[in-house]
Design a binder for this molecule. Structure first.
Ligand SMILES: NC(=O)c1ccc[n+]([C@@H]2O[C@H](COP(=O)([O-])OP(=O)(O)OC[C@H]3O[C@@H](n4cnc5c(N)ncnc54)[C@H](OP(=O)(O)O)[C@@H]3O)[C@@H](O)[C@H]2O)c1
Length: 304
């Protein structure tokens, strides 16, 4: 009897110790939020899904309500996590200096991860003088200022945490080489990489900061649909990306893209630039034809 009571007491004590040690860890996991910008499509959506799968709660941000609400529903049902959807056009938000809205939104959440994914490229590749001023400003606003503002808002929250924070920045392979005809886009991505390298050193040990510099991923941005070794699906890219958190300041996480980097670095710059001009001129012509076709279709519908 005495022996049984002793065993019972020991069991209860063990249970209490287990609850005290395990539950805070679980609460930490449940309550940690990951912010993903541009989460409704492409790479952002794949990051949101992967973090949800890993048990993180999410704040997903994008400019259209419908795909965001749909994603929130899917992730909550599939992974049993909390998902906050926030509809925001970051270009408009930047123009109106409404960043306090993001500060207010996240004030009561424990932010452990920020994925600065949102970005855009000019629709029609072209020489710098041919670019619309609106496109230039929008790229600076979305690819640079949005990333800076989101990072500036989240860093104090991450610094205040007991655990490490993580900031993921989407740069691009275009950041490393001259990219005529998409010169502003590639320069914004070079900014992202350079900025990441600097703050990686500033916050080492407290916040892991990493920039990814991939080549081709099959999204609406690239409009690549075919299966090819050089073009990854967003979810495959994110699977590769997840292997490198906390390890490096910038990286091309997919081995074939890494080989493409090595190959490119051996090509003289003038030859590489020429090949980019050829490729982007082809893209420009194809998109111009598409635009003309669309305009002709609209005009014929109007006359019907
Ligand atoms: N795809 C690639 O091969 C590749 C390679 C290297 C780096 N990257 C970088 O990876 C990131 C994601 O690229 P992606 O290919 O996934 O792009 P994407 O397919 O165009 O998706 C971007 C997402 O951001 C949203 N978005 C666009 N403008 C916005 C704005 N002003 N405010 C709020 N949300 C906005 C888009 O919404 P809408 O659908 O409504 O436009 C979309 O959901 C970008 O920073 C890009 O530069 C991509």
């Amino acid at each position: 009897m005495v022996k049984n009571i002793g065993a019972l007491l020991l069991g209860v004590l063990g249970g209490i110790v287990a609850i005290i040690t395990v539950i805070p860890g679980l609460i930490f996991l449940w309550k940690t939020y990951c912010i993903v910008t541009g989460a409704a499509g492409g790479i952002g959506k794949a990051f949101a899904e992967k973090f949800a799968k890993e048990g993180f709660n999410l704040i997903i941000m994008d400019r259209l309500a419908e795909p965001l609400v749909e994603l929130k529903k899917t992730l909550e049902e599939k992974y049993n996590v909390n998902v906050v959807d926030y509809v925001a056009d970051f270009i408009a938000m930047d123009k109106n200096n409404e960043w306090n809205k993001v500060e207010e939104l996240i004030a009561n959440y424990d932010i452990g991860v920020l994925v600065n994914n949102v970005g855009m490229c000019n629709y029609l590749p072209g020489k710098f003088g041919q670019l619309e001023l609106k496109d230039i400003n929008n790229m600076i606003s979305l690819n640079i200022r949005t990333l800076l503002m989101m990072t500036h808002i989240c860093i104090p929250k991450m610094e205040g945490r007991k655990e490490k924070g993580l900031i993921v920045n989407m740069s691009s392979s275009t950041s490393g080489y001259p990219h005529p005809l998409i010169q502003v886009y590639s320069s914004t991505k070079a900014f992202v990489r350079q900025f990441t390298d600097s703050i990686y050193a500033e916050y080492k040990g407290k916040i892991d900061v990493i920039a990814y510099t991939p080549w081709y991923i099959k999204t609406d941005m690239t409009k690549i649909r075919e299966n090819a070794i050089y073009a990854l699906t967003p979810s495959d890219f994110v699977d590769y990306a997840f292997r490198y958190f906390g390890q490096q300041n910038h990286i091309n996480p997919y081995w074939f893209h890494y080989l493409m980097d090595i190959g490119t670095s051996t090509i003289p710059e003038a030859i590489f630039s020429k090949s980019v001009i050829k490729q982007q001129t082809f893209v420009r012509k194809r998109l111009q034809m598409k635009l003309e076709q669309q305009m002709a279709e609209t005009a014929s519908k109007k006359t019907e």
